[in-house]
Structure formats: structure tokens, C-alpha cells
Design a binder for this molecule. Structure first.
Ligand code: ARG
Length: 298
């Protein structure tokens, strides 16, 4: 841990100049993301509690919000690849659900809802067309990074609403990484990435850090999370309720929905740099920044 003096851009305690809070130096790493513009985005069916087909959706606004998210990534120095959206697949904007890539190995998706099934093959073809020869399509229901989070050493894997526990075993076998299963219990937090995200990946000098909302998990899974991540950032119900746990971190910059105020403040205190984006239109389908972002780890 590096202790950096708190000055300039850092947090300055208001009351006492003598308090020095140790803040770890947060080091960003460049990422490569795959995203899909929401050109055909609507809410015309309901497969999670956020989706109400009677509520109007502004597709142009969704496009503008998505474009701002993509631009935020490129301004941070990340590479964004774009896959062509398909008419009739309104949820295809949620690219995270269509692949889990670790060390250049691609495990594709198999959706639970028939309305989304066809998305999986578009992404499979994108990977094949971009020289990923090692693409395996799952046999069990697998909603990819919706339910899988890579910590740098472990693949955290959610189940309970979408991804089948069988897919966890399959991911371990295909990707060759240790998988830890976690059970989700609140239908609003139907994917792991609505309840937990990785702030800092583990590396030679550091253990992984995550943020999560404990109440989204079963009692046993809460104990697993406490054991694995004793210094996790614990989110409030308000942070979770705006899909604030659907964040994307590069180790320093943390892209979050604008409403996730308490989480943003806490992360800033801990030396991260919150980058707030308005993703309100896509939230009508139950999505946030992470849902729109599939990370390609070569
Ligand atoms: N409407 C989509 C669904 O319910 C939203 C998916 C959000 N994606 C995510 N990675 N959580 O499948």
C-alpha cells in the first residue's frame, strides 16, 4: 500500500489538518471493450422487474446516453469495439451478457429468455470474424458477464435467476480459471453485475477489491464474500436501487450511474475517480454501464 498525502485533487478533511487518511494509489490499466449501440432499443417484453412495456422509451435518448458512455471510455484511454445491432433484438445493447473473455479464450452465451436467444450467435460471429478461434458456446444457460465477474484470479459467478450453476462448472473447465459460485436472492438484482463489481483486480502486489450490495446475496454467499473480500466497499440500498453496482472500473476510474451518489463519494474517499454517466433510458430495461460493456481480456 502506498500512502499518499491528501492534497490537490485528493480528499481534504474539513475539520482537522492533522488527520491523514491513508489512500492507496489507484493505478488504471487500459481496457478493451465490446459494445453494441441501442439503435433498436425498446422495452417490448418483461424478463426482469425493471422492465415495463407500458412505459415509453426514447430510443434516441438511449443512443445519446450510450454514445456518452462510449466516449467516456475512449477519453479514459480505453479501446471500444462496436458490434452491429440487429433489428428485433432490443436488448442486444447489453453486450456484457454475450461473452466472457479471459486470456483470449471466449466463452459465449446461452440466454434464458427466448427473446434474447439470437443475440448469442451474433456475438459468436463477431469473435470469429476478429480472429478469436477459441470460441466455445455453452451448453448450460449462461448470461456471460451479466453473471461472471473476473477478479484477476477468480471468476465470481452468479446464479439464482439467470445463469445455471452448471454453467459455472463449464466456465471453469473452458476458461481454466477457478470459479466461485454466489447465489442471488432478490429479483431486482437478477444478474451478478447488478449487485457486485470489481474495483481493483488482484495482481502480484495486491488482492482484488470489490463493491457489492450484501442483501442481494444468500446468507451463505454473503459469508463467502466477507471471507474473500474483507475490505470490500459495501453499497447502500439506494446505491443498489439505481443499479449503482453496475459499475465499470479500470483500477482507478470508476464509471457509475449518476444517481449512485453515496457510492461515488465513498470511492472518492478511497482514492478512486468516479466518472458519472446518465444511463436512465437503458435502466428501463434493467441495465446500466456494465451491462453495455463486454470486456475483452486478451
Ligand atoms: N433486459 C435485459 C435482461 O433482462 C437486461 C440485461 C442487463 N444486462 C446485464 N449485464 N445485467 O436480460
Amino acid at each position: 500500500m502506498t500512502t499518499v498525502p491528501l492534497s490537490g485533487a485528493g480528499y481534504q478533511p474539513a475539520h482537522s489538518a492533522s488527520i491523514v487518511i491513508p489512500v492507496e494509489e489507484r493505478v488504471p490499466t487500459r481496457r478493451r471493450y465490446l459494445m453494441c449501440p441501442p439503435r433498436y432499443f425498446t422495452v417490448e417484453y418483461s424478463i426482469n422487474p425493471w422492465m415495463d412495456p407500458d412505459q415509453p422509451v426514447d430510443t434516441d435518448l438511449a443512443m445519446a446516453q450510450w454514445t456518452a458512455l462510449r466516449d467516456a471510455y475512449t477519453e479514459l484511454g480505453h479501446t471500444v469495439e462496436v458490434i452491429e445491432p440487429q433489428p428485433g433484438l432490443p436488448d442486444m445493447v447489453f453486450a456484457a451478457n454475450s461473452g466472457t473473455v479471459v486470456d483470449g479464450r471466449v466463452l459465449g452465451a446461452r440466454f434464458r429468455a427466448p427473446q434474447r436467444a439470437a443475440e448469442a450467435d451474433h456475438f459468436r460471429r463477431w469473435f470469429l470474424d476478429h480472429d478469436y478461434h477459441d470460441v466455445v458456446m455453452p451448453t448450460a444457460i449462461n448470461e456471460a458477464e451479466g453473471d461472471f465477474a473476473w477478479t484477476g484470479g477468480l471468476l465470481l459467478a452468479g446464479t439464482g435467476f439467470r445463469t445455471d450453476p452448471q454453467a459455472h462448472a463449464e466456465a471453469q473447465e473452458v476458461l481454466g480459471v477457478p470459479v466461485v459460485s454466489l447465489r442471488l436472492v432478490d429479483p431486482r438484482y437478477y444478474h451478478l453485475d447488478t449487485a457486485l463489481f470489481v474495483l481493483t483486480e488482484s495482481g502480484p502486489e495486491q488482492t482484488a477489491r470489490v463493491a457489492y450490495y450484501p442483501e442481494a446475496f444468500s446468507p451463505g454467499s454473503q459469508r463467502v464474500l466477507r471471507r474473500l473480500f474483507p475490505d470490500a466497499v459495501i453499497a447502500t440500498a439506494d446505491d443498489a436501487g439505481c443499479l449503482g453496482l453496475n459499475g465499470v472500473s479500470d483500477g482507478r476510474n470508476v464509471v457509475l450511474p449518476t444517481e449512485a451518489k453515496q457510492l461515488a463519494d465513498e470511492l472518492a474517499l478511497q482514492g478512486y475517480h468516479p466518472v458519472l454517466v446518465d444511463i436512465s433510458e437503458l435502466r428501463k430495461a434493467g441495465g446500466g454501464p456494465k451491462c453495455c460493456t463486454l470486456e475483452i481480456r486478451d
